[in-house]
Design a protein around this ligand. Structure first.
Ligand SMILES: *Cc1c(COP(=O)(O)O)cnc(C)c1O
Length: 363
């Protein structure tokens, strides 16, 4: 692979670290299986690269959000692993990609079951029961109708029944235990089948949240599944933006749009090639830190579309051509930057832009 262009930010993705995170989660989920959730292009880090690395490590189940993601992943992975599509799709819409639809309503059950009966071949699917999210999944009355009439499932080969936790990142939230109880009761009223329950945070809630197939996403990518406690996962990404210019400005001079930062002393300002068009959020203006050679560098003034400024007055070692790590370094993990920006690490990662040189560490 060729290197970055001069002035191009570099997004480094550590595939062995993602694999190591998956292995830790796989051990935690055992004896159940542990999937890899690679929706939204692998949380912005590259679904195909991530899924190939996880498959090589033994991961056999993948979840994507939508059909287009599923088709692309099947083309990259070949026939073997299960690729489930959380938003479902119409029968045959996956062509010969053999994707597994998640059935999110009784109407989805009916249409896929009818297609299976018509073809004389039971259709593989995952049944999604809503237990407290009120987003997708069979609602309570639909669950009762299915419990009263198991014949509605004829024509389906249900690989799993799943539900999704709303508050797994808040261990003390009463909805967690409520959802576990509702899921257990709903499953007991259906034909026996394997269950899929916890997302990343749910895997840390205790034995009541274990299942036959856990579905971690964020923890694979280094986001803390236990906010408030030390992060048990490895960091897996680093976004480093090159310094395009360093300039000296006098005390009292302002920097950037809105003149929102005024130099309190004669200052050296480094302008780097990353901005909100690259997913480096404008709400980080004046708040974040970058990292260069292991030490923090304060961001000053507004983040603009393509450029961001750092105060390097105390860093004579920083010059044009150096790279300042803006995400994934000390003090600027996706979780830390997201907290400063008023959002969550998930949104930062999935919002990463397309202008980077992507450098995959393959171990
Ligand atoms: C996104 C998603 C997951 C993964 O969630 P994380 O919090 O990233 O681990 C699991 N299950 C469903 C249904 C999802 O939508």
């Amino acid at each position: 692979m060729s290197g970055p262009l001069t002035g191009q930010p570099v997004l480094t993705i550590d595939l062995p670290a993602i694999v190591a995170n998956w292995r830790d989660l796989a051990a935690r989920g055992a004896p159940g299986a542990v999937a890899g959730v690679v929706k939204a292009d692998g949380y912005g880090l590259g679904a195909v690269e991530v899924a190939r690395a996880l498959r090589a490590a033994g991961c056999r189940h993948f979840f994507v959000a939508c059909l287009t993601e599923g088709l692309a992943l099947r083309a990259a992975l070949g026939p073997a692993p299960m690729i489930a599509v959380l938003e479902g799709f119409a029968p045959q819409e996956d062509g010969d990609a053999a994707l597994v639809p998640v059935l999110n309503a009784l109407a989805d059950v009916a249409v896929h079951a009818a297609a299976g009966r018509a073809a004389g071949v039971a259709r593989r699917a995952i049944l999604h029961l809503d237990t407290g999210m009120a987003r997708l999944g069979l609602d309570g009355p639909e669950q009762v109708r299915l419990a009263d009439d198991h014949a509605l499932l004829a024509g389906l080969d249900l690989l799993y029944v799943m539900t999704h936790l709303a508050c797994a990142d808040e261990p003390d939230h009463p909805l967690n235990a409520d959802q576990a109880a509702r899921f257990a009761a709903a499953c007991a009223a259906l034909p026996s089948m394997r269950r899929s329950f916890a997302n990343s945070s749910g895997m840390f809630l205790g034995p009541g949240f274990a299942s036959d197939l856990a579905r971690p996403g964020c923890a694979l990518y280094g986001i803390n599944p236990m906010p408030g406690a030390p992060n048990p996962m490895r960091q897996v990404m680093r976004l480093a933006a090159p310094v395009l210019q360093v300039r000296e400005i006098p005390a009292g001079a302002s920097v950037g749009y809105g003149a929102s930062w005024v130099a309190p002393r004669p200052s050296r300002i480094a302008t780097v090639a990353v901005g909100y068009a690259d997913g480096y959020l404008r709400s980080l203006s004046g708040r974040a830190v970058g990292e260069c050679r292991g030490r923090p560098v304060p961001l000053v003034a507004r983040v603009s579309m393509d450029l961001t400024t750092f105060d390097v007055t105390d860093r004579p070692d920083i010059a044009v051509g150096d790279r300042i790590t803006v995400l994934g370094g000390a003090g600027c993990t996706p979780d830390q930057a997201a907290a400063l920006a008023g959002t969550i690490g998930y949104e930062l990662l999935t919002g990463l832009g397309a202008r980077y040189h992507r450098d995959y560490i393959r171990g």
